[in-house]
Design a protein around this ligand. Structure first.
Ligand code: AMP
Ligand code: GLY
Length: 424
């Protein structure tokens, strides 16, 4: 079967790497892909917002299965368009993708189905939102309702910051995404993510991970797409996993089914572990990036069988087998990220990093004049393995050291929370 993968990040390189190992995969195409994906798949310059063009590509290339990596095409309804012409695709419909596309939608669902999450209010104008925030006081959390590429959340420690964030949303800083605002109570606790593959009625655990969203060591500085991750997340004990599945994932699936928008695809629960137990911070409707770069290498089962079972409603008969090893990935980013950065700087030594036992997943890379160059903010993900987070961290950073890239930087402490715990 020929497979088309949509996306161009480290997540998609990890998916491509795993899909290529499947006995079900003949030719793998990726739209648009990156330099790393280009080594194992055929990259194509498709405009994935143009659904007719995607459908035509599928026909021309005998595509039997489409795997959608990022959220934007899902929210735009790519899976709905493919469903209509009976092309099998992995991912939720646009209606079900509202779990990521509208924070207000998700909060209402949580309220209706008694899913633990922070108290909240939804607003469509600044004066009412500000009056509520003044009444509640800081710290408080202000969120643009729609997709804002991870930038639409302000955790305001001071009242002024919260009021400014409300103005920024309604003045159009996030375009349409900020036309509505969710104001949320501030929760305190450690964060981790749980992934569940779903087929509309059944949810199957697809691993746990902890991301590092801030750019600086010790989780300081501005938010990024994610500077590194490891899996499994030891904070999610089996008991807590069971609690999250029962109290959060299962009622979400049931609620979505009842509303006539059954959820298929991967449900990524961003969780915070408070004194009152696990609470849902947000849902994403896709694999995490960089979390996918630590999940795929730990998965022993055939990924295509799992993704197809999700798309066809056959998860009940499917199992996922995992390696006991810990995987830890370090993101190498262009200096300046998440702000402005130089492009087309040359990278060398990715082969040496792999020879040293790392797995290198590309994000913003391209080949120019036969050289590997950085074209994005997050550029490479170097994954290492070990029996503990401490060992996986050591191995990942040894591989990182093999890479020569003057304009690149990493955080030096990915995994620090777990490493600290392991040394206790
Ligand atoms: P989100 O985009 O919803 O994941 O939010 C980004 C980050 O903001 C999360 O990873 C948390 O660190 C933080 N955050 C979001 N909501 C809350 C909340 N209610 N209380 C405390 N921190 C939050
Ligand atoms: N790593 C955060 C995300 O994928 O949204």
């Amino acid at each position: 079967m020929n497979i088309l993968l949509i996306g161009s990040g480290g997540r998609e390189h990890a998916l491509a790497w795993k899909i290529k190992q499947s006995s079900h995969c003949d030719t793998l195409y990726c739209a648009p892909g990156n330099a790393g994906i280009g080594r194992i798949a055929t990259n194509t310059d498709l405009d994935t917002s143009d659904h007719d063009a995607v459908i035509k590509f599928c026909g021309d290339n005998q595509i039997g299965f489409v795997v959608v990596g990022p959220e934007v095409p899902l929210v735009e309804g790519l899976v709905d368009a493919l469903d209509k012409v009976e092309i099998l695709a992995f991912g939720p419909t646009a209606a079900a993708a509202q779990l990521e596309g509208s924070k207000g939608f998700t909060k209402d669902l949580c309220e209706e189905y008694d899913i633990p999450t922070a108290d909240y209010m939804r607003f469509n104008n600044a004066p009412k939102a500000k009056a509520y925030v003044r009444q509640q006081g800081a710290p408080i959390v202000i969120k643009a309702d729609g997709l804002a590429a991870g930038k639409g959340v302000v955790v305001a420690m001071e009242l002024d910051e919260a009021l400014d964030a409300i103005d920024a949303c309604f003045e159009g800083d996030f375009g349409e995404a900020g036309a509505e605002v969710v104001v949320e109570a501030f929760l305190v606790g450690e964060e981790a993510s749980l992934f569940a593959v779903c087929d509309g009625t059944t949810a199957m655990l697809m691993g746990t991970a902890q991301d590092h969203k801030r750019v600086g060591e010790g989780d300081t500085g501005p938010n990024t797409g994610g500077m590194g991750a490891y899996s499994p997340a030891p904070i999610l004990t089996q008991e807590l996993i069971d609690e999250v599945m029962t109290d959060i994932i299962v009622p979400t699936m049931a609620g979505m089914h009842q509303k006539g928008m059954p959820f298929k695809g991967v449900l990524y629960a961003g969780l915070i572990f408070t004194e009152d137990g696990p609470q849902l911070i947000e849902y994403n409707v896709r694999f995490g990036d960089p979390e996918c770069q630590v999940l795929m290498p730990r998965l022993k089962s055939d990924i295509v069988e799992i993704l197809m079972a999700s798309a066809t409603g056959n998860l009940l008969e499917t199992e996922a087998e995992w390696s006991d090893e810990v995987a830890l990935t370090v993101v190498m980013a262009s200096k300046g990220y998440p702000g402005a950065y130089e492009k087309n700087t040359v990278i060398e030594g990715t082969d040496r990093a792999e020879a040293a036992g790392g797995l290198v997943f590309h994000a913003g890379t391209a080949i120019r004049d036969d050289k590997l160059v950085a074209t994005g903010g997050r550029v490479l993900n170097v994954t290492g393995f070990g029996k503990s987070v401490t060992e996986a961290q050591k191995n990942a950073y040894s591989a990182v050291k093999q890479i020569d890239w003057e304009n690149g930087f990493t955080r030096s402490d990915i995994g620090w929370r777990a490493v600290e715990r392991e040394s206790e």
